[in-house]
Design a protein. Sequence first.
Length: 475
Amino acid sequence: MKYKSEEKLGFTLKNFPEKRKKRIIEKKDYIELIQDFNGELIYLITVIPEFSIEETEIINRIVEQIQKKENKINKDDIQREINFFCEKEWIKLEEKQEYFINKTVESIVFGFGAIDFLLKDNSIEEISVIGTKKPVFVFKKNFGWIKTNLFYFLEENIINLANKMSRTIGRRLTLQNPKLNSVLPNGERINAVMPPVSSSPAITIRKFKEKPFTPVELIENKTFNSELMSFLWLALQTDSSILIAGNTGSGKTTSMNALFSFVDKKERIIVTEETPEIVLPQKHVIKLATSDNLGTGMQELIINTLRMRPDRIIVGEIREKKEAKAFIDTLLAGQGKGSYATFHALTGNECITRMKNLGLMEMDLNSIDLILVQKRWNSIDLKKGIKKEQRHLIEASETLNYKGKVMLNTLFEFDFQKRKLIKKNESLRVKNKIKQCFSFNEKEYKNEIKKRKKLLEQMKGKNISLNEFHEKISF
């Protein structure tokens, strides 16, 4: 019976008994984040209940009624369609039933069903449909992976969901094309697979913050500190090239976005990405995206930027030998004012080692001025029984050329006991570039760092947008 209900609706939301809720951690109009008596966290979509077969039949027929209409309707017309159907079929709905049916029909007609309520929660970073008869999981900031009360029992409904989400770009999951990468209208990235490349259909949706973080917000959440951010502000104005390394989900792209608010608003920036993630405040931005269907990979895009006279080049992510080589070539070509990229590595030294393993010459790695390393990890308090997701910049280093070999001068390092960034060494290479660029002596350099640090501290708590921040610090 349960499958018949879901077959009509496309999804199932399971009710969670009140007596099993130990405490409610978060509550909104349409969701609850609860902890049960076993200590497990569960994300509940509460705006839609677990419908009976009769209720799902009503919803299904109302949706069909709307889809048959020649004229498009808007959300305000949903209630009228429900009233028309109920009058025609002599059905009397209770007030709560009517509300739930309205919300469900709206989500199916204008969106993607119940998963819409996960997409609209900005605290969720990732959504994972892992197959049939299993709960959908969400990755929630500060909590990690949490199961929800949303289920898909039929494989065809997962495939239909993936195809509905990717229809704007004309791609579909089929037996001939069992994997799919796409971008949703709001910028979320979707990856979907189905047999034979997976045991069952699965969907992964990576969500992105609609309002990009500013450098001030990265200081507020202690990803960076104000002294390092002041130094990076000067470094970016001095045309230093930066590589941001880290593990998956550590915030590399978020930091890249924020740091580019220090770049002059008149500069020409070329961004090469697999999927659109970089959001910049500058106007003169050209975005290049890879295309598997056309055989255009990251290497071809990076090489193409050499012919586009950029001031700055951003590479969304370096993964392969050819991409790493093409990125270093842009640095060695000396074009523009700097090149920037993200890369998977957990320390600055690991970053250098992995780059060399990709075939790069050690002396060429000196073309990278700064390496920033971010990390995502679980912080566990055994006494309180609390596990929290942590994201911090754990290392900021500059490269130094020592007898043809690349050496790292660690400028800042994260103290895991004190849980804060600690200054380790004075900059040599980048500080010298800054002093030459601004004609600073040592005292003037230190005063400028203090001045910018104070300005960043003064902006804390003022909820300034990225564009507003960019305007405030531009000259």
